[in-house]
Design a protein around this ligand. Structure first.
Ligand SMILES: Nc1nc2c(c(=O)[nH]1)N[C@H]1C(S)=C(S)[C@@H](COP(=O)(O)OP(=O)(O)OC[C@H]3O[C@@H](n4cnc5c(=O)[nH]c(N)nc54)[C@H](O)[C@@H]3O)O[C@H]1N2
Ligand SMILES: Nc1nc2c(c(=O)[nH]1)N[C@H]1C(S)=C(S)[C@@H](COP(=O)(O)OP(=O)(O)OC[C@H]3O[C@@H](n4cnc5c(=O)[nH]c(N)nc54)[C@H](O)[C@@H]3O)O[C@H]1N2
Ligand SMILES: [Mo]
Length: 657
């Protein structure tokens, strides 16, 4: 700080899980906060929807009008109002704290927040009883780490530091990823399977573990319920069949099983990249069995981590933060955020309920990040839809708003956070006064509540009071958060060394209620399930995040944009050669849903038959005003009603410039 201005954002060296290491994009947070294009005043639309033409208005005018419009719709049917939010900030106050209270009080439609992790999250919860796993710090003790569907150099740097520590102590790192990511090239081995075949690989490993006599019979007997049912499935998955399905070699399968079964301690850093396909939930359930089959949990540095968020849920004050009791006996419908494209275009019907008449968007940029954006854009362009967007910038989504309300950044507001993999609660104190006329999300919903006559005392809670109450003080003392900025959750060491999973019976569950025994499910869009489609669109496309962006956040920060260059599609030299595509050529990528133009990077980062469209650029930064989500589909995952961004067939052709 200097004279009330933030000059640098850096990590705290005394924060145990990160030790002061900050990822590159967030180190540019001041550049983003003081960006010349930041929205600093309320804006009201004057041009056609989507054009981004606005005039400045005062807060009172904007809030009075918004409250009146929402009140009128809610008086007819509150479910015609849909709140839509996700990852901008996932803080407990500025995420779904005051906003949740507000929409619960209204009786608005509920939102199924599925766009990221629900397939894997629900799958791991069905297996272990919660979104829990080994403690991230213990990876430093591993002798073998499988980095599975995860690119930690990009998306989880604090875990990568621990993997490096393990590597220096002699551990082997194996990356399982269709793309030769930044991480894959730094591991000892890279297994480049086809997208969506992880479930088959897990079954093949089970087959080999048994065949090679590497199961831990004692751990299985005591702590796993239903292994014989799964064993019956695995019998059919010989190394040869597995290899053919995954597009790898049988030796890779056999050798991976041998190493997994003989190295101690052995761990898996599973991440969400592998569950964005039709069978993503089943695949997570299958992979989650691997450390149970070999008793890997018994050693410190052994086990699996997909998510630590279940540990936070044990100590969070969610009912107080979000006040679902304000619904009374109303049971509003739930809209899945993944299918917002279709749902905005639906009329009222007995099945669907009322047509969506108002959309209040905060912490998310759905026009850029939701699948099948052709439909999403069509929905957002509806002249009879009233849209309010709380934002820092005129994103693709804000361009479609009737009102854009300027929100504070994390430098300007109070919050408290769970985390992406570790188990320390983190405090977010404001460092600077709000820029321009920006207000925090919570402050905006508080002001709207007042105008709509919501007089319950909870609408008077300050942002700081909400941060203070977010966790039970006995577990996460506020005084410690204020003093140090962070506080560890009180958790057992090596939680599952002697079983004690969070399931009702304390055992790992194979045959889960309502889900059955997990199995491999090929992609929605694959030669097995859609042969005619696969003939027309022979390439599978995945679209993981670019290293210097956070989903679509930071895509407009110049220093980061300069590093990423422009939207790219990585194409393997064989696929490029067959289509006459030169490195750097402009290409069209298309399928039945849409068409997207960008530049080709001919590179062995792509495996044959798979193209990588790194994201998530804003649509308006694209050559023709589209991005990769023009191509992705609204089909859902097997478990968790999640998106299938990486289950997407396309064709690519060079175009004349
Ligand atoms: N093709 C493809 N699509 C994907 C993915 C993919 O891998 N491929 N990834 C998916 C995943 S994992 C996710 S999580 C989603 C994420 O998608 P989103 O939830 O939309 O996340 P962002 O794109 O980061 O956009 C967040 C927006 O919130 C704003 N924001 C940040 N902080 C605040 C705040 O305090 N207040 C307000 N009002 N606004 C704020 C930012 O300016 C930004 O515009 O995208 C999904 N979409
Ligand atoms: N820099 C940066 N960091 C981020 C984000 C960001 O956008 N940028 N986003 C944040 C968010 S919201 C999330 S959810 C996480 C996402 O981070 P991760 O959970 O790590 O997920 P992704 O980055 O989508 O994918 C990880 C890897 O999975 C690979 N993959 C794709 N399909 C498959 C498959 O079928 N099988 C296997 N085995 N691998 C596959 C991709 O090629 C990619 O290298 O990162 C968070 N961190
Ligand atoms: Mo995410």
């Amino acid at each position: 700080m200097r004279d009330g201005v933030a000059i640098k954002v850096q990590g705290d060296p005394e924060h145990p899980p990160t030790q002061g290491v900050l990822c590159h994009k967030v180190s540019r947070y001041t550049e983003r906060t003081y960006h010349p294009e930041r929205v600093l005043h309320p804006l009201k639309r004057v041009g056609p929807k989507g054009r981004g033409q606005f005039v400045r208005v005062g807060w009172d005018e904007a809030l009075d009008d918004i409250a009146a419009r929402l009140s009128a719709i809610a008086a007819r049917n509150p479910e015609a109002v849909l709140p839509y939010s996700y990852a901008g900030t996932m803080g407990l106050v500025q995420g779904d704290g005051m906003a949740a209270r507000f929409f619960h009080r209204m009786g608005a439609s509920l939102l199924d927040r599925t766009i990221c992790s629900s397939a894997g999250g629900d799958a791991i919860a069905a297996t272990y009883g919660g979104k829990v796993g080994m403690h991230v710090g213990d990876f430093a003790h591993s002798r073998l780490i499988l980095i599975w569907g995860s690119n930690p150099i990009t998306s989880s740097v604090h875990f990568w530091a621990l993997a490096q520590q393990a590597k220096r102590a002699g551990a082997k790192l194996i990356c399982i990823d269709p793309r030769r990511s930044e991480t894959a090239e730094k591991c000892h081995q890279h297994i480049a399977l086809k997208p969506g075949t992880d479930g088959a690989l897990a079954l093949g490993l089970m087959h080999e573990l048994e065949r090679q006599g590497l199961l831990d019979a004692d751990y299985l007997e005591r702590h796993v319920d239903g292994w014989p049912l799964l064993r019956e499935r695995a019998v059919a998955w010989t190394a040869e069949r597995t290899a053919a399905e995954c597009g790898i070699t049988a030796d890779e399968v056999r050798e991976l099983a041998r190493e997994w079964g003989t190295t101690r301690p052995a761990s898996i850093r599973l991440n969400y990249g592998m569950q964005r396909v039709r069978g993503g939930g089943n695949a997570v359930r299958l992979v989650a069995m691997l450390p149970c089959l070999t008793g890997a949990w018994k050693q410190r540095g052994g086990g699996l981590l997909l998510s630590s968020s279940g540990w936070f849920a044990l100590h969070r004050n969610t009912a107080w933060l979000q006040r679902p009791d304000l619904l009374g006996d109303r049971r509003p419908r739930t809209i899945n955020m993944v299918t917002i494209g279709d749902d905005l275009l639906r009329e009222s019907s007995p099945d669907f309920g009322p047509k969506i008449e108002a959309l209040v968007v905060y912490n998310t940029n759905p026009v850029a990040v939701a699948p099948d954006s052709g439909k999403v854009v069509q929905g957002f362009r509806r002249e009879d839809l009233f849209t309010v967007v709380l934002e820092h910038f005129l994103t693709d989504t804000a361009d479609h708003a009737d009102y854009v309300l300027p929100a504070t950044t994390q430098l300007e507001h109070w919050d408290v956070h769970g985390t992406y993999g570790h188990t320390w609660v983190v405090l977010n104190e404001p460092a600077i006064a709000p820029c321009g006329e920006a207000r925090s999300n919570a402050e905006i919903f508080r002001a709207l509540a007042q105008r709509m006559g919501y007089s319950e005392p909870c609408f008077a809670d300050s942002d700081e009071a909400m941060a203070r109450g977010a966790f039970h003080d006995t577990a996460v003392p506020w005084a410690e958060l204020r003093r140090r900025g962070h506080a560890p959750l009180p958790l057992p060491e090596q939680p599952f060394a002697r079983g004690g999973f969070l399931t009702p019976g304390g055992q790992v569950v194979v045959d889960a209620p309502g889900l059955g025994v997990p199995d491999y499910l090929p992609n929605h869009e694959s030669a097995q399930t859609a042969p005619e489609l696969a003939r027309r669109y022979p390439l599978a496309m995945i679209s993981p995040p670019a290293r210097n962006f956070l989903n679509s956040t930071f895509a407009n920060v110049q220093s980061l944009q300069a590093i990423e260059g422009e939207p790219l599609l990585e194409v393997h030299p064989d696929d490029a050669g067959a289509r006459g595509i030169a490195d750097g050529a402009l290409v069209d990528v298309w399928n039945d849903r849409g068409r997207y133009r960008c530049r080709a990077a001919v590179s062995t980062r792509a495996r044959p038959g798979v193209v990588n469209g790194l994201g998530i650029w804003w649509r308006k930064q694209g050559v023709q005003g589209t991005n990769v989500n023009e191509l992705t589909s609204q089909q859902l995952t097997d478990i968790g009603r999640g998106p299938t961004f990486y289950d997407c067939l396309v064709e690519v052709a060079a175009i004349a410039e």
